[in-house]
Design a protein around this ligand. Structure first.
Ligand SMILES: O=C(O)CCC(=O)C(=O)O
Length: 271
């Protein structure tokens, strides 16, 4: 899938692009069945929250080994629609996934993601330059009530903003302080809600401010994320690196597959 000149200019200006209906209803159904298959797996890459112990995040779906491995998510991450778009916005052919995950924002209980830049965490992983992009896939119809993602247009141009470790949510997150965000937002265009039908996708720059609210609806809000880095920007060694499921050490360039590979993928036994 080739981005148009207009799309490339919009990514440069706003820091994100949205693609309605990029993933078909049949593909969404298959991806959702994978989330159901994997959500009870007891793996280090599953972060739970709430009285139900529902997963908040399930990591490392894209590899071909490990308890959370999914051939369907792996295939999707390598299609021209996903890998190809990431290659174009990052201007590099050789990419790998720093991590992949599904955020399962459970009905009523699924909680907030404070305003943050992904590079706030990834810099601490030893990644030297903000040359990453995150590809998001809506696996439900996402609404403002169900805690859809918000993107702040143009905020990637601010560069790195000082982050603090917010420990108030199930997933400890390097976030931007409320004071900084209030000041920044008073000078910025309004946030854009990534609300829409299941199968809608977006790609956003790693310094783009984004956040989402609590899920007050009676439906879960499931969303997949593929976080692409360029192979030449792989992290340098750091003391006490985060686990492999969130800071991948598989830096081999991803090999593309056809778009049809998602529906063609079969569940094979994983090691
Ligand atoms: O899924 C969400 O609502 C937000 C996730 C997010 O911002 C992140 O994982 O960095």
């Amino acid at each position: 899938m080739n981005l148009t000149v207009g799309q490339k200019a919009a990514y440069e200006r706003d820091g994100f692009l949205v693609f309605p209906n990029l993933v078909s209803p049949e593909e969404v159904a298959l991806l959702r069945s994978e989330v159901v298959r994997l959500r009870d797996v007891d793996a280090p890459g599953v972060v739970r929250e709430g009285s139900s112990g529902a997963p908040k995040s399930m990591f490392r779906l894209h590899e071909d080994n490990g308890p959370g491995a999914s051939p369907v998510f792996r295939a999707l991450s390598r299609t021209p629609r996903v890998l190809g778009v990431a290659q174009q916005v990052l201007g590099e052919r050789d990419l790998y996934l720093h991590h992949s995950k599904v955020n399962v924002k459970a009905a009523i209980e699924g909680s907030v993601w404070p305003w943050h830049q992904d590079y706030g965490s990834w810099q601490l992983d030893g990644i030297q330059r903000p040359e990453l992009a995150t590809f998001a896939v809506l696996l439900d119809d996402a609404t403002e009530l169900s805690g859809c993602l918000y993107l702040l247009p143009g905020s990637h141009k601010w560069g790195r903003t000082e982050a603090y470790l917010d420990t108030s949510t199930a997933y400890r997150l390097w976030s931007v302080t409320p004071e900084d965000m209030k000041r920044r937002m008073s000078e910025s265009p309004p946030p854009v809600a990534l609300a829409g039908k299941a199968g809608t996708c977006a790609i956003f720059e790693c310094n783009l401010m984004h956040a989402s609210g609590h899920n007050l609806s009676n439906n879960d809000r499931w969303q997949a994320y593929f976080c692409f880095n360029t192979c030449k920007n792989r992290p340098v060694d750091v003391e006490n690196p985060r686990p492999d499921y969130v800071r991948s050490t598989n830096w081999a360039p991803m090999q593309p597959v056809d778009d049809s590979a998602v529906l063609d993928s079969v569940i094979t036994e994983v090691v």
